[in-house]
Ligand binder design. Structure first.
Ligand code: MG
Length: 128
């Protein structure tokens, strides 16, 4: 449940939904087994079809466009214009899918994972 922080007047949302066997999306209730299947979705074949159909330039432009929509979604929450997280969830999903396509197109998935690991370790060090 969302709420307003009295001290700062900032809209806040809980960081985690608690769930055991199911979780609720704004599009319905999902069993955990179904969610595990969803993790595997987003195949190389699908991304290759997208790149063959639209080309890398169009997909890079789509990443820019979706990133812009995510920025707008975050801004709307911060300004209290959106009281529910549906739009944020949708725009995070759009950006993630475009990022996956770009990583596939440039064959940089492993390099991103290594860089991600390096940055997460740096983040951990900063918190010590
Ligand atoms: Mg979008």
């Amino acid at each position: 449940m969302a709420g307003i922080c009295a001290a700062h007047g900032i809209l806040y949302f809980p960081l985690h939904d608690s769930f055991s066997h199911t979780t609720r999306s704004f599009r319905g209730v999902y069993r955990m087994s179904r969610i595990k299947d969803l993790v595997r979705k987003g195949s190389k074949e699908l991304y290759k079809k997208c790149l063959d159909k639209w080309g890398i330039g169009t997909q890079m432009n789509m990443l820019i466009e979706e990133s812009s929509e995510l920025i707008t979604a975050v801004s709307r929450i911060m300004r209290g214009r959106d009281k529910i997280l549906n739009n944020l969830i949708e725009e995070i999903t759009d950006v993630e899918i475009m990022i996956e396509q770009i990583k596939f197109a440039y064959n940089i998935k492993e390099k991103v994972l290594i860089e991600r690991d390096r940055k997460l370790e740096r983040l951990e060090r900063r918190l010590r």
